[in-house]
Unconditional design. Structure first.
Ligand code: PMP
Length: 323
């Protein structure tokens, strides 16, 4: 018998997929951790589960309680699924720039959704800060606080990292991923470096994010913007502190779009925008390192969450992008 225990028992243990068209073109093994196959549809199911179970273990989240979070969408979707499975309420603050598909999913799941204008972190009305205040004002509620709650990266240190190590039989040479909270990048980097300090850990960064300049020069500088959602940051979160980072690669939107359409048309993989940044960076890294290396990245979520945007020719044309 091989039966998973409900939604919660189905999170994690995702396949590692050889991205054939990109591997064949570069002579490297470019492998994608298939996080879009988690039961809530994204990499964030792992963090959502760890955050909720950590709060339960500490006695902070009690029966009938409410989980409050500020999220670009995927964490909220993961939390909302788990709240339904465990009998909690869920309140989600989300920037109104995020895709309609993610907003709709949150409402279908029964979360209370508060869309707010997308303003920078320094603004007190920023979605993350507002979610913290709402959690403090709500009775019997916890703030998931994914950016600075270390249960987030612990999920990836305990599960994603070991899975990648085992699935590659320890042959992984490099790990590259974009960061939102940094939980995925940090947890996997910390675990892989402990197994083999020679493994290269590389941050993939979209335009408009400050991490590329921070890693290259020590200074957070931002310029431009990106059509991707859920990645990039203008501050170092607690999850990203004291994490071994060897390098950073910046990927622009035209490259991102080219990558996700190649994945769709040549590999049969229908992926979200952050996957374009991740795989675009993995290809650049393959070119830097030369043939014969094994490079692992993340397939964070699926294209179904962005059909009205990245897979809508009219929307793309408005942004000056072509598939
Ligand atoms: N890709 C997508 C689509 C996401 O929603 C997120 C999380 N915001 C990430 C990547 C980055 O994951 P993490 O928060 O673990 O850095």
């Amino acid at each position: 018998m091989d039966i998973k225990n409900g939604f919660v028992g189905t999170v994690g243990n995702t396949p590692l997929i050889r991205l054939n068209s990109f591997s064949d073109a570069t002579g490297c093994e470019i492998l994608g951790k298939a996080e879009f196959l988690n039961p809530g549809g994204s990499v964030k199911d792992r963090a959502a589960l760890y955050i909720i179970e950590d709060a339960e273990a500490k006695g902070l989240l009690k029966p009938g309680g409410t989980v409050v979070e500020g999220t670009a969408g995927n964490t909220g979707i993961g939390l909302a699924h788990i709240c339904n499975a465990k009998g909690y309420k869920c309140l989600i603050v989300i920037p109104d720039t995020q895709s309609q598909e993610k907003m709709d999913a949150l409402r279908v799941l029964g979360a209370e959704v508060r869309p707010v204008p997308a303003v920078p972190y320094r603004d007190p009305n920023n979605y993350v800060k507002l979610s913290g205040r709402l959690a403090a004002e709500t009775e019997n509620a916890i703030w998931a606080n994914q950016f600075d709650n270390l249960a987030n990266r612990q999920a990836h240190y305990d599960t994603t990292g070991p899975e990648i190590w085992q699935q590659t039989d320890g042959t992984v040479d490099a790990w590259v991923a974009a960061t939102g909270t940094g939980g995925t990048f940090a947890g996997v980097s910390l675990y892989l470096k402990e197994q083999n300090p020679q493994i290269k850990t590389v941050v993939a960064d979209p335009m408009g994010s400050g991490l590329y300049s921070y890693i290259k020069t020590g200074e957070i500088k931002t310029s431009g913007s990106s059509v991707t959602e859920g990645i990039g940051n203008s501050r170092i979160t607690a999850n990203m502190e004291s994490v071994p980072i060897d390098d950073a690669i910046q990927v622009d939107d035209p490259t991102c779009i080219q990558v996700i359409y190649q994945l769709l048309q040549r590999d049969g993989l229908f992926m979200g925008g952050s996957v374009g940044i991740n795989v675009g960076a993995a290809v650049a890294l393959a070119q830097q390192m030369g043939p014969g290396h094994t490079i692992v990245t993340v397939l964070c979520d699926s294209g179904t969450r962005y059909q009205s945007k990245l897979y809508n020719p009219a929307w793309l044309a408005e942004k000056g992008l072509t598939p």
